[in-house]
Design a protein around this ligand. Structure first.
Ligand code: BES
Ligand code: MN
Ligand code: ZN
Length: 492
């Protein structure tokens, strides 16, 4: 779907979209003689302009036809950017499969600044994303029709802000959603890399890939133990964006990319196991964010590392009780083969510290079911060894809409993963399961490195639509990273 900005409404056939901010109905003034009937209709529809509420009425169009008029509420008290995104999302949500090809949104008189106007466009684009590749029998009425949204009445800079700042973010989110949506027979470590390569071509991202053999030579026993039961060879995907000062140490993002998590020998129950196709949501978010940062030419040096493996039961799979040696040299007793994400992250984190000397590391992972018990689907879990970093991430979460809530860490939790036979075991007790998982990862972070772990198990996928996504893959994490880099890395 195309987002365009224009000075005046076009001629011809389109659906007209007018925002109403609670009691502020100024946008309706442009209706002229149709104003009266529209007001009456809105009253009958009990439309009060609440944020993201919509009402559809029809007005006469020039030449005798009718024009669909969609009135979208943006609420009274909602923050401008919040209202902007609800507006764009509601517009697309209502019109995407409506039969309308072109929607014209008129912001005249509403006082939107350029960024808010551009973010109306972002939300409209984000809400239009869907993946119909495998739906071969869709009826015409079920197919998207909306091809273009034209935004009128925005400040002049909105168009370039959309193109240079927000369209890249849309493209990053779209990549993440695609990777997360694809099933595990299509996206596995090798094809994950292929998809990223194809999307990143021409973006300026440098790509490096290690296969199983290369990782064996390095001694990445924690990651390889997880991959051992699968016929799919693992990959370590390294992306670099060098938009900052040359020679300046990079910031690192690390993603859990388990392309399918059966649990391994500690196999998961059958019910709902299909959800584990999105156990690569951390890696998906990291590559989507890298694409966005490259496309908007972020002024920062960034390195991203994704550990890509499939966790399968097999005659050759690792067993509960096996002891593996991680790249760091620390040994791990694998009590539960279903606690595989932390094993993958451990080696990816060691790898990035050794090879890229980052000043700070943020890892993203669909790591624990326990984080869904604590935070549901409203917040990602944030764990960190540094209060400033934690606060910056919390701020980026607020500003981007990818919200985070901080969770505790402490030595008393760390003790819970001591092992009688190895340096540590890969699970603690059931209680505080997300925290002991974070403590495990912390054991692989070098002294002096600022680090945060984001447990996004509740956020990568949604069973219900929101203003910026339909049900399915959310793309959570891309906007968070994008905002964090803008506010806390590029500016320093
Ligand atoms: N990928 C899962 C976490 C997960 C569970 C994500 C449910 C989304 C929904 C992870 O690898 C896992 O299996 N974690 C175990 C850890 C346990 C064995 C300590 C869990 O949370 O049950
Ligand atoms: Mn698991
Ligand atoms: Zn997993």
């Amino acid at each position: 779907m195309q987002i365009r900005f224009a000075d005046v409404r076009p001629t011809g056939d389109f659906a007209l979209v007018l925002p109403v901010a609670g009691k502020n109905r100024i946008a309706l003034d442009s209706l002229g003689s149709d104003r009266g009937p529209v007001d009456a209709a809105l009253k009958r529809l009990r439309f009060e302009g609440d944020a993201a509420s919509t009402a559809e009425v029809y007005v006469p169009a020039e030449g005798g036809g009718v024009r669909r008029l969609l009135v979208v509420g943006t609420g009274d008290g909602t923050a401008p950017v919040d209202a902007a995104e609800k507006l764009g999302g509601a517009l697309t949500g209502r019109l995407l499969t409506s039969g309308e090809k072109h929607a014209v949104l008129d912001l005249t008189g509403l006082g939107y600044d350029a960024d808010s106007a551009a973010r109306v466009g972002l939300a409209a684009a984000l809400r239009s994303w869907r993946y119909d590749r495998y739906r071969t029998r869709l009826k015409d009425k079920q197919k998207p029709t909306l091809e273009q949204v034209t935004i009128v009445g925005a400040p002049a800079e909105a168009a370039s802000l959309w193109e240079t700042r927000w369209q890249p973010v849309y493209e990053g989110v779209a990549l993440t959603r695609e990777l997360v949506t694809e099933p595990a027979n299509i996206i596995y470590p090798e094809t994950f890399v292929d998809r990223v390569r194809a999307s990143a071509s021409g973006s300026g991202l440098e790509i490096e890939v290690l296969d199983g053999e290369a990782m064996t030579k390095l001694g990445m026993g924690a990651l390889l133990g997880v991959a051992q039961g699968s016929v799919r060879d693992p990959r370590l995907l390294i992306l670099r964006w060098s938009g900052g000062k040359s020679g300046e140490a990079p910031v690192a993002f690390v993603g859990k990319g388990v392309t399918f998590d059966t649990g391994g020998i500690s196999i998961k129950p059958a019910a709902g196991m299909e959800a584990m196709k999105w156990d690569m949501g951390g890696a998906g978010a990291v590559v989507g964010a890298m694409l966005a940062l490259a496309k908007r030419k972020a002024k920062a040096n960034i390195v991203a590392v994704c550990g890509l493996v499939e966790n399968m039961p097999d005659g050759n799979a690792q067993r509960p009780g096996d002891v593996v040696t991680s790249l760091s040299g620390q040994t791990i007793e694998v009590i539960n083969t279903d606690a595989e994400g932390r094993l993958v992250l451990a080696d990816a984190i060691t790898y990035v510290q050794r090879n890229h000397k980052p000043t700070l590391i943020v890892d993203l992972a669909t790591l624990t079911g326990a984080i869904l018990i604590s935070l549901g689907h409203e917040y990602g879990g944030l764990f960190s060894n540094n209060d400033d970093l934690a606060n910056q991430l919390l701020g980026a979460g607020q500003a981007s809409g990818d919200k985070l809530w901080r969770q505790p860490m402490a030595d008393s939790f760390d003790k819970l993963i001591d092992s009688p036979i190895a340096d540590m075991k890969n699970v603690g007790p059931r209680e505080g399961g997300s925290i002991t998982a974070a403590q495990f990862i912390a054991r692989f972070v070098d002294d002096g490195v600022r680090w945060a772990h984001l447990d996004i198990a509740g956020m990568a996928w949604s069973d219900k639509p929101s203003s910026t996504y339909d049900k399915g893959a959310t793309g959570y994490g891309v906007r968070l990273i994008d905002r964090f880099v803008e506010a806390s890395v590029e500016s320093r």
